[in-house]
Design a protein around this ligand. Structure first.
Ligand code: DGL
Length: 275
């Protein structure tokens, strides 16, 4: 009998590794199966239909590999595909499986850090256009003022490693300046893309003093921990041998070479063909 029932972790590419790293820190005994859709990344400026179709295909693959719980560790996929997958696709599949995203847990928590009632969001163009963050934040913090800034160049800068180069500085600085010129009273920033934690040191140097910059991976890991505690049936069906498997739709060698930067240690990757 198949006994590998890992928690599936999905991202368009490398960004979800920042989330998996936090899962590993908090919940090391579970098995995890990571899938990066690098061949079709970035998702950030793709249409709703494209993000939904690609995300669903990856989720179906992970469920087919034995996952009973899949985390969309990608804000763009959470914004554009999660609701449809939960409402339309999961009911026609195995009713015992669950797919969760990263926006709701982040929105649920972020307002607690603000004194001025002004939150700022940096995210991909797709996440910003979906309006998911303002909508979710309004459910938990109805008085909160939310300003979003799309950062379409940040994911390519991170995926290619160019963010280390001096030529990247103005490209990182511009969205930060834009947001604070539109909303100077902002005192909390959400990094609403799982690639952005790699830019955190640069962003911290650019925001005004006293501004809290929230990187979401710790928040999402706490939320998963609490979700598993509240769903013992599902939790008991997740295997716990501390195994990790890494998959990419692009080159396995390139993924392994670049993954360390996101994950903090070396990984061995296999290629998966979803075409
Ligand atoms: N890491 C993904 C996110 O959290 C987006 C990256 C992309 O544009 O593919 O939104």
């Amino acid at each position: 009998m198949e006994t590998f029932h890992p928690i599936g972790v999905f991202d368009s590419g490398f960004g979800g590794l920042t989330v998996l790293r936090a899962f590993e820190d908090l919940l090391p005994h579970y098995d995890y199966l990571y899938l990066g859709d690098n061949a079709r990344a970035p998702y950030g400026s793709n249409s709703f239909e494209t993000v939904y179709t690609n995300t669903l295909q990856c989720v179906e693959y992970l469920l087919g590999r034995g996952c009973r719980l899949v985390i969309l560790a990608c804000n763009t996929a959470s914004a554009k595909a999660l609701r449809t997958i939960q409402q339309k696709d999961l009911p026609r599949m195995d009713s015992g499986v669950r797919v969760l995203g990263v926006i709701r847990p982040t929105a649920e928590t972020a307002g607690n850090f603000s004194n001025t009632g002004n939150l700022g969001i940096f995210a991909t163009a797709g996440t910003v256009a979906s309006g998911s963050y303002p909508l979710e934040i309004a459910k938990f913090f109805p008085e909160m003022r939310v300003v979003q800034e799309a950062c379409p160049l940040w994911v390519p800068l991170v995926e290619t490693g160019q963010y280390h180069e001096p030529s990247a500085h103005p490209l990182i600085r511009k969205p930060v300046e834009n947001l604070f010129s539109r909303a100077p009273r902002t005192d909390v920033i959400i990094l609403g893309c799982t690639h952005y934690p790699l830019l955190l040191p640069a962003i911290l140097k650019l925001v005004p003093p006293g501004v809290t910059v929230l990187s979401q991976e710790g928040i999402v890991a706490d939320s998963l921990c609490s979700y598993l505690g509240r769903h013992p049936d599902l939790e008991s069906r997740c295997s716990k041998e501390g195994k990790r498997e890494f998959l990419t739709t692009d080159s396995a060698a390139a993924f392994s070479a670049h993954a360390t930067e996101f994950f903090g240690r070396e990984v061995s990757t296999s290629h998966v063909d979803l075409s």
